[in-house]
Design a protein around this ligand. Structure first.
Ligand code: G3D
Ligand code: MG
Length: 295
């Protein structure tokens, strides 16, 4: 049996001095050294992590973390360094504004060599009191790029393992096609919930027409749960409107102290009956033909 399930080459990019080497060393060796020499040449740290993939079991992942080796300012060597990477951290220093403003450059450069690998945005040196980049700014950038954001400290160890755990999860899920499966699962759930919503909304509609408002409210409430789960805005709006209407009617009925007489009109085409306030020229909401006063 192999000692690991996967060997992942991951890169750590960002301006010089943001703490890339410190993060790699903290993760691989569990220590923080004060005397990081500017790394010379290509260098990497190795660390194996057991990662729980939600619902799919555990994977043993061996990370090979590549360090730019102090070459941040010499871009011609970097594509070599990026080659074969399956994921990466894009790091800035929370106490250095410029390192945040330069992030676009790093994202672009990585994308040029590694087509669409999972990346995580990392704001490092969270232990320092003099931060100049707000969490909300970094979160906005991460949202824009649809990637996770973490604040870390190589010094205290904050979030370092969590970041690699998350990165490993993302890479495994892509390699095993689980991302697609999850998307398919989302789509299936969406369809199922829309159908459930439709059925319940139709039942509610019938109950409203029968002036059976308590029953209607029950179905509306049930339908609302499904609409909310998939954020079906039109559905939610329809239910809210119907509910308001029913509550208004119930309130009026209560105020009058008596039940309103039950007056019905009929649609000969749809074979449905509708409760109306009084007999009149009323069109069927389904087929638009005039309703008649007798069945
Ligand atoms: P780089 O590899 O991105 O160039 P380094 O950055 O890992 O070499 O770190 C640059 C400096 O920042 C180092 O200090 C290092 O000790 C410090 N550093 C890295 N991470 C942290 C952190 O999380 N918190 C704090 N407070 N300092 C950090 P020196 O003084 O050696 O330049
Ligand atoms: Mg370094």
């Amino acid at each position: 049996m192999s000692e690991y399930d996967y060997l992942f080459k991951v890169i750590v990019v960002g301006d010089g001095g943001v703490g890339k080497t410190a993060i790699a060393v903290r993760f691989a060796e569990g220590v923080f050294r004060d005397d990081y020499k500017m790394t010379i040449g290509v260098d990497f740290s190795i660390k194996t992590l057991d990662i729980q993939i939600n619902g799919y079991g555990m994977r043993r992942v061996k990370f090979q973390i590549w360090d730019t080796g102090g070459q941040e300012r010499f871009s011609y060597t970097r594509p070599l360094y990026y080659k074969g990477a399956v994921g990466g951290l894009v790091v800035f220093d929370l106490s250095n504004r410029r390192s945040f403003e330069n992030l676009d450059r790093w994202f672009t450069e990585v994308a040029e060599t590694c087509f669409s690998i999972p990346l995580i945005l990392v704001g490092n040196k969270a232990d320092l009191p003099d931060r100049v980049v707000a969490r909300s700014e970094a979160e906005a950038l991460a949202r824009e790029r649809n990637i996770p954001y973490y604040e870390s400290s190589a010094k205290s160890g904050q979030s370092i393992n969590t970041i690699f755990d998350k990165l490993g999860k993302l890479i495994v899920m892509i390699q095993e096609g689980l991302v697609i499966k999850e998307e398919e699962e989302e789509e299936r759930k969406h369809k199922e919930y829309i159908e459930k919503y439709m059925t319940l909304a139709d039942l509610a509609f019938q109950k409203i027409n029968d002036a059976n408002y308590q029953e209607a409210l029950k179905y509306l409430k049930e339908a609302y749960k499904y609409a909310k789960e998939i954020d079906y805005k039109d559905g939610k709006k329809w239910i809210e409107e119907q509910t308001q209407l029913i509550l208004k009617i119930l309130k009026q009925q209560q105020a009058m102290g008596t039940q309103q007489p039950e007056i019905y009109m009929y649609c000969a085409y749809c074979n449905r009956k509708y409760r109306v306030a009084k007999i009149g020229k009323i069109r069927c909401p389904k087929c638009n033909n005039y309703l008649s006063s007798s069945a």
